[in-house]
Design a binder for this molecule. Structure first.
Ligand code: AMP
Length: 542
């Protein structure tokens, strides 16, 4: 695909994921196998994708939207998400996606910052939008996927618009640097910022879908990520469809038995998911896994948060598979550092940089650090899927580049074999008596303590030590917190990590707060601990 694309100069993601696949003879192949929460199942071919997305591109054009204007999708996983995502990209609008559980403030932060011009949503979410509408002066139209008729001059019915639109849309040749997808970063640090990508990203998204996720023409691939998160678009839409791969999308919520049933019944061959989901599965009755036939599954990949070694060893037994951890970010647009079939896994490590991606561990003063020293995880700018801006915040974008590197905000070290080991976010590192403690390291070790199912660790102010280590834990069903278990946990951390890293306090919660994409929200734990306002918690899943 790469060569064809470079030769034609047509980088349009919408075109490449639909019309281009039809031109390659895949029009009749299933592109999307959509499974609703209530067992509804619909298959859409690549010709269907082409038809629906072209219609939507025509709808946007007819409504007067022009390239560079901003379209947002505010919906759960329904088929219209995929048609309109591709259609808006064909029409060269900047296309943003939102988690469907966002509240008003979260919506306002994002839609307001981006200057959204048109939003696709459904009736049940309309109230939220209407309540903030006055503060969104650029918003010209709201389109409802579940309205049969137009509601007013500017609240329109998707069905009516699509009914009257033509199937024919000749996507203009789209140069690679044309802005494409907009994702607001999770908000776990500071105000959300909109990472803006360009159509060139498809080069790396398709390459990694082939080289890392190992997708092959006969695969049935399932990416469980929501489209509100970059994984849901880069690898739940763009990468696989640019390769003509059939994808499963499930519109329901997490449910262990259901997920296993999908894997088995639909014969999923490649599964891309997140550590939290795997850890939730780990808590299930082992007998459940003995009954399920996963013989069709070739590989499991994971992303979004550290993958604890114990999850890998559990999966080897319970799922009879390795889990390949992949590291990347909203800003990188595609997988950067990764485990992959053919590369020996060191459990707990994120793997090695992708060929062509230069990573380094850099000190605050810009020095590249030697192996086994912890520092800032940086990437050499210029990879194909690199974000091109924080939309409307060029100044913050520029701050991410220093000493010739892009600063990821993560800390890591590289071992003597070239494997990278995630240590934490640079802003979450705990400094206790001048000793740097990675919350991730403590969290990970706490999971090795029998009885502890989830953990979250923060640094809290301490008069003597500047910061102290505070641990929040959630217990396995039927386990009880008592002084014995606390002592065990303290000793374990003291031995496994360091005495300085041993939590001085433990707090037991029913669940550790996490974002929808599975990241522990230490900000929320910190606020809870300090009794302050946690800020925007609309991305909270649990
Ligand atoms: P997001 O931009 O929301 O996808 O978050 C990206 C951040 O999630 C990274 O900077 C890391 O802090 C974390 N992250 C993503 N993948 C991994 C991974 N495989 N291991 C550890 N942390 C990860």
């Amino acid at each position: 695909m790469q060569t064809a694309l470079i030769r034609s100069g047509q980088f349009n993601i919408g075109h490449l994921c639909s019309r281009f696949q039809c031109e390659l003879g895949l029009g009749g192949k299933t592109a999307l196998r959509w499974l609703g929460a209530h067992e509804e199942r619909v298959d859409y071919t690549f010709s269907d994708l082409e038809r629906h997305s072209s219609r939507f591109a025509n709808v946007l054009q007819r409504l007067g939207f022009s390239p560079g204007e901003v379209f947002f999708i505010f919906l759960p996983k329904v088929p219209e998400v995929y048609f309109t995502f591709l259609g808006a990209l064909k029409a060269r609008l900047i296309t943003g996606t939102l988690f469907s559980n966002f509240g008003e403030e979260a919506l306002l932060d994002r839609l307001g910052d981006a200057g959204a011009n048109v939003v696709l949503t459904r009736h049940s979410y309309l109230k939220k939008l209407l309540r903030i509408r006055e503060r969104l002066p650029s918003l010209r139209h709201i389109i409802l996927v579940d309205a049969n008729e137009h509601q007013s001059a500017d609240i329109l019915s998707y069905a009516q618009l699509m009914k009257n639109a033509s199937d024919d849309y000749e996507t203009p040749v789209t140069p690679p640097e044309t802005p494409s997808v907009l994702h607001y970063t999770s908000g776990s640090t500071g105000k959300p910022k909109g990472a803006l990508h360009c159509h060139r990203s498809v080069l790396l998204q398709s390459r990694t879908a082939a080289e890392v996720l190992s997708l092959q023409p006969h695969d049935l691939y399932w990416c469980t990520a929501d489209h509100g998160w970059v994984t849901g678009t880069s690898y739940g839409i763009i990468g696989p469809w640019s390769l003509g791969i059939t994808q499963m999308h499930f519109g329901g919520a997490y449910d262990a038995a259901k997920w296993l049933q999908i894997l088995e019944q639909y014969r999923i061959t490649i599964w891309y998911t997140a550590p939290t989901a795997l850890r939730m599965l780990m808590r299930e009755d082992p007998a459940l896994f003995e009954r399920v036939d996963l013989s069709r599954l070739r590989h499991i990949f994971s992303v979004g948060e550290p993958l604890n070694p114990e999850v890998i060893s559990w999966a080897r037994k319970a799922l009879r598979h390795d889990i390949y951890d992949t590291w990347w970010q909203t800003e990188t647009g595609a997988i950067m550092i990764t485990n992959r079939p053919g590369l020996a896994i060191k459990p707990g490590s994120m793997g090695k940089p992708l060929a062509g991606v230069e990573a380094a561990v850099v000190a605050d003063d810009g020095r590249v650090l030697p192996d086994n020293e912890q520092g800032n995880l940086c990437l050499k700018p210029g990879w194909d899927a690199m974000f091109i801006s924080y939309f409307h915040h060029e100044d913050i974008y520029r701050q991410k580049f220093k000493y010739g590197w892009y600063w990821t905000g993560d800390t890591a070290y590289r071992d003597q074999d070239g494997y990278y080991w995630f240590q934490g976010r640079s802003d979450d590192v705990i400094n206790t008596s001048g000793h740097l403690v990675s919350p991730f390291e403590v969290e990970s070790a706490l999971l090795e303590v029998p009885g502890i199912a989830e953990s979250g660790v923060i640094g809290a102010p301490d008069e003597l030590h500047w910061q102290k280590v505070v641990a929040f834990v959630a217990l396995h069903h039927g386990c009880e917190w008592n002084s014995d278990l606390e002592l065990k946990a303290r000793l374990h951390i003291s031995h496994q990590v360091s005495p300085m890293a041993t939590p001085q306090e433990f707090h037991v919660l029913a669940h550790i707060p996490k974002t929808k994409s599975g990241k522990i929200m230490r900000r929320v734990l910190r606020a809870r601990y300090l009794g302050t306002d946690a800020g925007d918690v609309s991305t909270l899943d649990i």
